[in-house]
Design a protein around this ligand. Sequence first.
Ligand SMILES: [Zn+2]
Length: 384
Amino acid sequence: MRRILSRLFIVTFILSLPFWAGAVTPEKPEFRKLADDVYAYIGKLNDANAIVVVTSQGVVVIDTGNNQPETRNILKNIQAVTKQPVRYVIITQNHGDHFGGTPLFSPPAMVIMHERVAKDWKSWKPHLIKSWRKRFPEREEALKDFHPMDTVVTFNDHMTLNLGGKILELIYVDDKYNPGDIGVWLPQSGVLQFVGYKERHPDIRPDYSHGTTWGMLKQLEAFIPLQPKFVVPGHGPISDTKDLQAMIDYLTIARQRVRGVMDKGMALDEIRKQFHMNEYKGWDRTQHLPITAAAIYRELRGEGPEITPSVEKTVKGTIAKIQEEERYLSVTSDAGQSLALRISNATDIEGIADRSHFKPGMKFTALYEEQKQWNEVLEMKIMP
Ligand SMILES: [Zn+2]
């Protein structure tokens, strides 16, 4: 019995290992000087990174931190090196872990993004606007009646930002399915911000929310000639030009592998199961691999982004378990059903300050979108 129990314990332990089990950045974030007035904020345990550029006419922040405590920490680090205000925020990808901290800086900071990202922001539902205004309680007054588009500047292919002696080149590599991911190049210091990956399997999804592998290869080929000294990826440790080259190899192998089994007539389910990147053993996020395989399969068949039908539902129940820094909740509905809920920066939470205050046993009502992989919570009300 004891042996069964201990084996059960081991199995449960492995199953409950958090996603960052193979993390390659330290447990504490790092604010690292890369060049004069240029700092990289390296997220803890592979959380999203950011860049801070200090100029004589204000500060530029590139991406805004994984969540509220991280964003506040970025601001604290900025204030430790300069008295200049944050004038611009640049958004390099339309994912909440990169843009979600924007309302700490804007207004008054202007927010620069690709046109495709702005198009998405314009279509935001009311709960997104509401959660935006509430994200930083210390900013309540500034964000009252504020719409996230109120400070937005957009560009299409290329934009140069000159500020207080510093030059920032914003580069979009056009591709039908690039949803607005951009690179930011600082020619004076040789620093490039780019979605890229190192020691972490890329985040390539069938919904093309980071475009396709083809689009990523196009970006890599555009950025490698810049010969960056430092590449600050969206997540993970700082890399350089040779890591960009390594990513080309990675994507090429992945595409060939999927193409090979497709040519043999293998079905998608089987491809998802068999797909491996054993050349990159020890890399973080192996759970991306079946998703990557499905995305490449889709891409090689010439299909557009996967659109998952979403149905809005409501649930009333009790929080049973809190996982992954409050990003996932296991809950029990009043009708006795177990449910997994995903909480993001965009979830409008009422009754507590933010998701870090969740506790097992709390009663709630929630409006959520039922999706294939999880249930995305739009609004959640914690009852007293
Ligand atoms: Zn991210």
